[in-house]
Design a protein around this ligand. Structure first.
Ligand SMILES: Cc1cc2nc3c(=O)[nH]c(=O)nc-3n(C[C@H](O)[C@H](O)[C@H](O)COP(=O)(O)OP(=O)(O)OC[C@H]3O[C@@H](n4cnc5c(N)ncnc54)[C@H](O)[C@@H]3O)c2cc1C
Ligand SMILES: *[C@@H]1O[C@H](CO)[C@@H](O)[C@H](O)[C@H]1NC(C)=O
Ligand SMILES: *[C@@H]1O[C@H](CO)[C@@H](O)[C@H](O)[C@H]1NC(C)=O
Ligand SMILES: *[C@@H]1O[C@H](CO)[C@@H](O)[C@H](O)[C@H]1NC(C)=O
Length: 590
């Protein structure tokens, strides 16, 4: 199994895992992520392409747009949408960083218009008495947290990465982790929003709509909109007074994980779990509010979101490529152990007094612990360090499969994954190199495309080859987990992550999908904010799965023939090992 054989502190593998997760080999001089929109015309506003922060959509297509505009006010936004509506142009809202994996930001065809919220990044109003904050939609989570904390307010549950914009968070239903209060999703703390939609001639071709509980039907659609309803210009959030938290990570074997998972979420307000299935370990995050006079002023700077040396990233990727090429599962398991123990040594990025990690419990103000992302703050400079996934350099390149399984079924899902690990003990070392499976608690929402029931969100990150026709190590196990999650257990995919397979018939799992479509048709009857991709995801068009050579390897299809896998490399389309209805690409001998 997982004996870590002959590593010592001078081996290159060890040095590298230190480099990724320890600051020791970091250098000065780094760059913030590149703008995802690039235009070749001399004015930098025409002949554009757009991609995501990783530089690759699931199908690796490049998206074109004729023009990009950067409105700075809602008024400008209205005239932009009006003009484009008059001309029947396709439009899409894009953000400064474009952090979603699926092709949500691509307008159809090559004549589309990108409307960037890059300069819609101002806080408009903070009302301390009503504890509300009104911001423009391009404001990042980092700005939101910082501005709110200046007047002693906070959003309780947010994504862990602060580079997301409020518009993008709402676009995809992004969340933190809790089963408490009003729940885990940022959109459930939105009390009002303003959205600019197309309109007819009589209304001047564009309309600003103010939505709140007075027009719930439309409000529930706009809370999670996949960007197909129009451009959200302003968002008002309900906050609460800032408070302190105390965090302790407890490591246990995963023998009773299936029994513990539900209970644990009810015991701690900010609970989450990190699961290392091949190491058969789980890290329980015991995280609760404490009285504000509890001593401590801790800070979070998660190592995976820090600026990392480009040289180290390149070598890490080389090692990973080499382990994949030689199918060296043992090497991956060693890397996984080194990575996870380095992370543990670093206290998962928590520092007690700004000086380093000296042990749990970690106590501090919520706003300093709830999210991080220091790699975004780098000054414009040479590319000596970058975010670990920066595609301008040789860096980490991965898929993310993320789905939410209802609390009543989650224990059986965990057991099924454990059965797979029993059959192939080293199969999930590869995901442990990306810090394992992050399990977060998410709550039901009134948003039509929000969460249906209280659930556990499983976030799984794994190797992606630059060559789309190359199967990854334990391809079959990873595909089976994906199909177990979204088909056998009916998991709902995160709209901002995932490969295409996860969206297959996903819309049918939403009881209120038809309501969403009604609002879409009312706001944008011509579908100017829609694309072929968004129509496919919403079940309005076929063709979400594309069947071609090797398609299953990238999650573009579920295999039904060997050619959808990689028969020349011995990978054939076979049934799952635990979930017999799964169809996965497996080595003929396995
Ligand atoms: C490192 C990293 C960590 C992450 N961590 C988490 C996490 O902890 N929890 C979680 O839930 N998710 C997480 N995510 C996923 C992330 O929340 C989503 O991908 C999110 O949608 C990205 O926001 P963005 O601002 O980059 O928007 P984009 O990806 O650019 O846009 C997303 C969608 O929203 C639409 N949109 C954006 N702005 C507007 C607007 N103003 N009006 C109308 N539509 C708009 C876009 O058109 C698009 O359809 C993470 C992603 C990364 C890269
Ligand atoms: C855009 O590119 C096309 C060819 O690719 C070129 O003919 C056209 O002049 C370009 N437009 C601008 C505004 O640069
Ligand atoms: C808004 O974004 C622009 C461009 O990224 C930046 O220069 C500016 O400082 C930001 N404004 C605020 C208030 O953060
Ligand atoms: C897991 O830990 C429990 C105690 O918490 C122990 O009883 C059990 O034997 C352990 N299982 C394994 C496989 O080590």
């Amino acid at each position: 199994m997982l004996e870590v054989s002959t590593h010592n502190s001078s081996s290159p593998r060890f040095a590298l895992s230190k480099c990724l997760f320890l600051v020791t080999c970091m250098l000065v001089g780094s760059s913030p992520p590149e703008d995802p929109i690039r235009c070749t015309a001399s004015n930098n506003l025409s002949n554009c392409t757009i991609t995501n922060a990783y530089g690759a959509f699931p199908d690796r297509s490049t998206c074109q747009a004729a023009d990009v505009v950067y409105p700075t006010t809602e008024e400008e936004l209205v005239s932009i949408v009006a003009l484009a509506t008059k001309k029947k142009r396709k439009m899409k809202v894009a953000t400064r960083f474009s952090h979603s994996i699926p092709k949500l930001v691509c307008p159809d065809g090559e004549q589309g218009l990108l409307i960037s919220t890059k300069y819609l990044n101002h806080t408009l109003q903070i009302n301390e008495a009503s504890r509300t904050m009104k911001v423009e939609s391009g404001v990042t989570l980092k700005q939101l947290i910082e501005e709110a904390s200046k007047v002693g307010l906070a959003l309780p549950y947010v994504p862990y990465w602060w580079g997301l914009t409020i518009g993008g968070i709402m676009g995809t239903g992004a969340h933190g982790s809790t089963l408490w209060g009003k729940g885990s999703s940022v959109h459930d703390y939105v009390v009002q929003l303003r959205i600019v939609t197309p309109a007819g001639h009589a209304d001047g071709y564009a309309k600003v709509r103010t939505l709140d509980d007075h027009n719930q039907f439309q409000f529930n659609a706009a809370k999670v909109s996949l960007g197909v309803l129009g451009v959200i210009s302003e968002v008002t959030l309900k906050l609460e007074p800032v408070f302190k938290r105390s965090i302790t990570y407890l490591e246990k074997n995963d023998s009773d994980l299936a029994e513990q998972v539900n209970k644990f979420g009810k015991q701690h307000e900010f609970a989450d779990l990190i699961w290392y299935p091949s190491q058969r370990k789980t890290i329980y995050r015991m995280d609760d509010r404490v009285p504000s006079d509890t001593p401590g002023n801790a800070w979070l700077d998660f190592p995976g979101f820090r600026s990392t040396s480009s040289a180290a990233l390149a070598v890490l990727r080389l090692l990973e490529d080499a382990d994949e090429a030689t199918a060296d599962a043992d090497a991956k398991c060693i890397s996984a152990k080194l990575t996870t123990s380095a992370l543990k040594l670093l206290g998962y990025g928590f520092t007690n007094k700004g000086t380093g990690f000296t042990g749990f419990p970690i106590v501090g103000y919520h706003n300093r612990l709830q999210a991080s992302g220091s790699c975004l703050d780098s000054p414009e400079n040479a590319l000596i360090t970058a975010c670990p996934w920066d595609n301008r350099i040789k860096s980490l390149f991965f898929h993310q499969t993320t789905f939410r399984i209802g609390l009543s079924k989650v224990n059986n899902f965990v057991r099924d994954v454990q059965k797979l690990v029993d059959l192939a003990p080293k199969s999930l070392c590869g995901i442990e190199m990306y810090n394992g499976i992050l399990m977060r608690y998410v709550t039901s929402s009134s948003a039509y495309l929000g969460q249906e029931e209280d659930a556990v969100d499983f976030d799984i990150t794994y190797y992606r080859s630059k060559n789309p026709l190359k199967p990854r190590l334990y391809e079959d196990i990873l595909e089976e987990i994906e199909q177990l999650g979204v088909f056998k257990y009916g998991g709902l995919p995160h709209w901002g992550k995932n490969r295409n397979v996860a969206f297959h018939k996903a819309i049918n799992k939403y009881e209120k999908a038809a309501e969403f479509i009604k609002v879409k048709e009312m706001y944008d009857p011509q579908g100017l904010f829609s694309s072929e991709w968004s129509d496919q995801v919403l079940g309005l068009k076929d063709g979400l799965m594309t069947f071609k050579e090797g398609c299953a390897l990238e999650g573009l299809c579920i295999c039904s023939r060997d050619s959808h896998c990689a028969p020349d490399k011995g990978y054939l389309c076979q049934q799952g090992k635990v979930y017999k209805d799964a169809k996965v690409c497996a080595l003929a001998t396995s």
